[in-house]
Write a protein that binds this ligand. Structure first.
Ligand code: SF4
Length: 356
């Protein structure tokens, strides 16, 4: 059987594991420091552990479960990584250099079952959930990218917006969040972490009670059920009214702002009347909501969709602003590399199947 990655254990689980193996609790603190402060990639480098403890760890775990297959670096500093998992499946991770720090977009599933009709990732249905260790490892490998180059940079922000629906892999997502947020480890502040969901209503309610101050983003992409159902299958199970009920409950419980993601598709959801409908939808929660207008990156398999004209995006933005909605047109990253989420992975899979 494949050994699991030790990155998948939260601090509490690591302590429990050592106690279960008749070792002292402080071993967990030592190992945690080696993993997340000194960031070694082999148990044998943990020099303050006895040979027996190192052997025990080696018998039960690996550290890094990912193999870097491709790395694409864009002119604006964006870096896209394609990683291979132990079962040979592939995932993407993206590093974006922002004015406020180094932000990493992580993947939570191999493929995705939500089936948004404009998305490159959704073309490949879900094969499996990522383990917590595989999600944490994405951050660790990006941090190693800096460490190896002697760059004094730290991954400071995380967006859980890569391939997959994070709330469909909820327990592993929560373990991942606790690990990266641990103040004695990577110490990535909860307010620097954003989890994005396509709108799994029961999980939005559960997330409201998670006790972490992590930000929530919702992929709305349409202001009414007709348009939303046509581009997001999930809207059949959780239509906008149900989604907004969960949003209200979340806002009331947490008093934290929600970001709505809105991908601009020409002549689909980008008309001024759509902007007005969106403003109406948010009118009683303007203080606690924010809209991100996202330019669409065309995907060859979805040629029914194209990017909205700049003038249409600006018109849409103006209608929202006039209605007092907080919004921004999202800056684009890595436009000279495979920019659409999932594009690098789907290209690689096609290439591999042609050579088979
Ligand atoms: S947009 Fe997100 S939720 Fe929708 S299919 Fe793509 S990866 Fe899945």
């Amino acid at each position: 059987m494949e050994k699991a990655s030790i990155y998948g254990l939260t601090k509490e689980e690591l302590i429990a594991w050592f106690i279960e193996h008749d070792e002292r609790k402080f071993r967990a603190t030592q190992v945690w420091e080696w993993l997340y402060i000194k960031r070694v990639m082999a148990f044998s480098e943990m020099t303050n552990l006895s040979k027996d403890v190192i052997s025990l760890l080696e018998e039960n775990f690996i550290i890094n479960p990912l193999r870097q297959v491709i790395i694409q670096e864009a002119k604006d500093g964006t870096v896209k990584y394609l990683f291979e998992l132990p079962d040979k499946n592939m995932i993407e991770t993206v590093l974006m250099r922002q004015e406020y720090g180094m932000s990493v977009c992580v993947t939570t599933q191999v493929g995705c079952n939500i089936g948004c009709t404009f998305c490159a990732s959704g073309l490949l249905t879900k094969q499996r959930d990522l383990t917590a260790g595989e999600i944490v490892a994405q951050i660790m490998l990006v941090q190693h990218y800096f460490d190896e180059r002697g760059q004094d940079e730290r991954v400071s922000h995380i967006v859980v917006m890569g391939i997959g629906e994070p709330f469909d892999n909820y327990d592993n997502l929560m373990n991942f969040l606790h690990t990266i947020n641990d103040p004695k480890g990577l110490a990535i502040g909860a307010r620097h972490i954003t989890v994005s969901t396509s709108g799994l209503v029961p999980k939005i309610r559960e997330f409201a009670n998670n006790g972490l101050q992590v930000n929530l983003a919702i992929s709305l992409h349409a202001p009414n059920n007709d348009v939303r159902t046509s581009i997001m299958r999930i809207n059949r199970s959780f239509p906008i009214e149900k989604l907004m009920d969960a949003v209200d409950e979340y806002l009331e419980k947490t008093n934290r702002r929600i970001t709505f993601e809105y991908i601009m598709l020409s002549n689909v959801n980008d008309r001024p009347e759509h902007a007005q409908q969106l403003a109406d939808l948010l009118k009683d929660k303007k203080k606690l909501t924010f809209v991100n207008l996202i330019p669409y990156n065309p995907v060859s398999e979805h040629d029914q969709y194209s990017r909205s004209e700049k003038a249409d995006v600006l018109k849409f933005y103006d209608v929202l602003k006039k209605n007092g909605v907080n919004c921004v047109i999202r800056k684009e990253y890595g436009t000279d590399i495979d920019a659409a989420c999932g594009q690098l992975r789907s290209k690689q899979i096609k290439k591999a199947s042609k050579t088979r």
